[in-house]
Design a protein around this ligand. Structure first.
Ligand SMILES: Nc1nc2c(ncn2[C@@H]2O[C@H](COP(=O)(O)OP(=O)(O)OP(=O)(O)O)[C@@H](O)[C@H]2O)c(=O)[nH]1
Ligand SMILES: [Mg+2]
Length: 216
């Protein structure tokens, strides 16, 4: 089924979620787009995306959020999605030290494949857990060393999830500037999706299009 989305929005941004497998990228996106959480772990296969329209500082922003697979075997596919992204959210799991240690590698991937001007933020997810292995201070210090913002979230208990997406969006807006009133974008996108996914989310507030796996 092919669906045409045509909405007036002030901004259309492509944002990527990256980070090790299991850190909670898909759950963060699910919380933000559908206000839901799942305890089961389903690895993302390749890349997934959702579109979310929301208001920020009196502007309408349409975010195309790409949820990449953290597993190594998908790295070639996922890295091809960095190009054209205005923002990248680098996620680690505060209960998984290895996912924090890998941040440097993720930043190297960004330097290799994304535009130089891309906005980045660092996110420590799963702060609801009592099994913390990475302190706020050291994560903040790492973010500072890259001159990027750090925010802690829980997709499970819905802490800072909206703030996380608002933060990256505000930083992109700051970089690209305010839109000229006469140039408000009428964005037309042709998206392909399967009908069952469409059924699941078509009534959800603010979500126009459910994800489509980009692996065949
Ligand atoms: N306690 C807790 N668990 C979480 C949170 N977010 C995600 N999880 C759990 O972590 C596991 C992995 O979550 P996913 O969102 O699928 O992880 P992912 O980063 O998308 O993993 P890949 O798709 O393989 O890259 C699941 O069992 C989730 O229920 C959180 O905020 N708190
Ligand atoms: Mg995932």
């Amino acid at each position: 089924m092919v669906k045409i989305i045509c909405l007036i929005s002030d901004y259309l941004f492509k944002v990527l979620l990256i980070g090790n497998s299991g850190v909670g990228k898909s759950c963060m996106l699910m919380r933000f787009s559908e206000n839901q959480f799942r305890n089961h772990f389903y690895n993302t296969i390749g890349v997934d995306f959702k579109i979310k329209v929301f208001q920020i500082d009196r502007s309408t922003v349409k975010l195309q959020i790409w949820d990449t697979a953290g597993q190594d075997r998908f790295r070639t596919i996922t890295s091809s999605y960095y190009r054209g992204a205005q923002g990248i959210i680098i996620v680690f799991d505060v209960t998984d030290r290895e996912s924090f240690n890998q941040i440097r590698q993720w930043i190297q991937e960004i330097d290799k494949f994304a535009a130089e001007s891309v906005n980045k933020i660092l996110v420590g997810n799963k702060i609801d857990s009592s099994q913390r292995r990475v302190s706020t201070d050291e994560a903040e210090a790492l973010a500072k060393s890259y001159n990027i913002s750090y925010i802690e979230t829980s997709a499970k208990t819905n802490i800072n999830i909206e703030n996380c997406f608002s933060l990256i969006t505000r930083q992109i807006i700051q970089r690209v500037g305010k839109p000229n009133q006469n140039q408000k974008s009428k964005v037309g996108m042709k998206l392909q999706q399967n009908s069952s996914q469409s059924q699941q989310t078509s009534n959800k507030k603010g979500v126009e299009q459910d994800s489509q796996c980009c692996m065949s």
